[in-house]
Design a protein around this ligand. Structure first.
Ligand SMILES: Nc1ncnc2c1ncn2[C@@H]1O[C@H](COP(=O)(O)OP(=O)(O)OP(=O)(O)O)[C@@H](O)[C@H]1O
Ligand SMILES: [Mg+2]
Length: 356
């Protein structure tokens, strides 16, 4: 059952087509992310749902009701932006109480709700502070409490973590997900950070140039990207250019030039023999061994470069006329490789994904 529904939504700003023919269905209680590079239309999509931007074409329904032309205040939606939207001249308490005061609630009810909201975001005891006395992460907690306290139907978050440092971002992304799960609120999260989207979302829409390229769970998006753009945007990827040599029930053979390797045939339209494709193999899926006679590897190559990254070692391997990135966990039982060394590359057939 779809709860938020975008149907044929486009937005034209003068010459710029910011969003083009967007169809998205979001279920009640879902954590849904819009992920894509800068300028791809994420914020415009969110702003159309919030009512700050009027679509050029299409309709938006929430719970079966057409809200396309309703003003923002007539929609039951809370929004948190990248830049802490809290009032600098008000205390934390008054910031959170603001939306409740506007709703003419009694002082007692307001106190009860503000205290509950502060507790929910882990900020009890900070009532008397002002914005200048809070860290970036604390400001975002207050901004979220301010929105949650009015109990909207839908929560919109537009890059809420991008002004924070890496460590705080890591902490906050788990925390936001936890709060969302406990409140059960339908949430739409905008980000250009693939790790945030993968960690928090039930489903992700990957956008580029105003269009949705793929919608799926984090696993579907990471493991079965539908296009080269998605494969390269999400995580690190090795894309080997090749040609389809043979297709037999669910499996195919990809000719990479010096060697042909087996792969899983993609879902959707059948592959045609002879067509140009890319074979996606994630760096962590490749195992490096000594070259031996015993077991035929997928490919053979030579280490071009080794980079130490703490928890892992990253190798550039020259093979099949291209360079592959291989990530190996930095563990004492896995041998070190050095530049110039000949290696055999192995991966499971299912780890090679054909991308058209
Ligand atoms: N009010 C506006 N007037 C004119 N053009 C706009 C307006 N708002 C957005 N745009 C344009 O529409 C396109 C999409 O913008 P949008 O803000 O939705 O991108 P975004 O995906 O949120 O990017 P970012 O990650 O940088 O925030 C951009 O080319 C932008 O310049
Ligand atoms: Mg934006």
């Amino acid at each position: 059952m779809s709860y938020v529904e975008f149907q044929g939504i486009s937005k034209q700003f003068g010459e710029t087509l910011a969003v083009e023919d967007l169809d998205i269905s979001i279920a009640q209680g879902e954590f849904f992310s819009l992920l894509g590079p800068s300028g791809c239309g994420k914020s415009t999509t969110l702003r159309m749902l919030a009512g700050f931007v009027t679509p050029t074409t299409g309709q938006i329904h929430v719970h079966g009701r057409d809200i396309t032309r309703l003003p923002p205040e007539a929609r039951d939606i809370g929004i948190v932006f990248q830049n802490y939207a809290i009032f600098p001249h008000m205390t934390v308490y008054d910031n959170i109480a603001f939306g409740l005061v506007e709703r003419n609630m009694t002082k007692r009810d307001i106190r009860r709700k503000v205290e509950a909201a502060l507790e929910q975001v882990g900020m009890s005891g900070y009532e008397r502070r002002f914005e200048r006395e809070l860290s970036g992460g604390q400001k975002q907690r207050v901004a979220l409490a301010r929105v949650l306290v009015i109990e909207p139907e839908i929560l919109l978050l537009d890059e809420p973590l991008s002004a924070l440092d890496k460590k705080m971002r890591e902490e906050m992304k788990f925390w936001i997900k936890e709060i969302q799960r406990s409140v059960g609120i339908t949430t739409i999260y905008v980000t250009h950070d693939q790790s945030e989207a993968l960690t928090m979302s039930d489903r992700i829409a990957v956008m580029e140039g105003g269009r949705v390229l793929q919608v799926g769970t984090p696993v579907e998006i990471y493991e079965y990207p539908a296009s080269r753009f998605v494969a390269e945007f999400i995580g690190e990827s090795n894309l080997l250019s090749g040609r389809v040599q043979e297709v037999t029930d669910g499996r195919c053979e990809i000719d990479l030039g010096p060697a042909a390797v087996p792969a899983q045939a993609p879902s959707g339209a059948p592959l045609s023999e002879g067509s140009e494709v890319a074979l996606l193999i994630r760096p962590e899926m490749i195992r490096l061994h000594k070259v031996s006679e015993d077991e035929a590897p997928m490919l053979e190559g030579r280490i071009a470069e080794e980079v130490y990254q703490g928890s892992l070692r990253r190798y550039q391997v020259e093979t099949a006329g291209q360079k592959l990135t291989v990530e190996v966990a930095n563990r004492p039982d896995l041998p070190l490789r050095s530049a110039g060394e000949a290696v055999a590359l192995y991966w499971n057939t299912e780890s090679g994904v054909v991308v058209r």
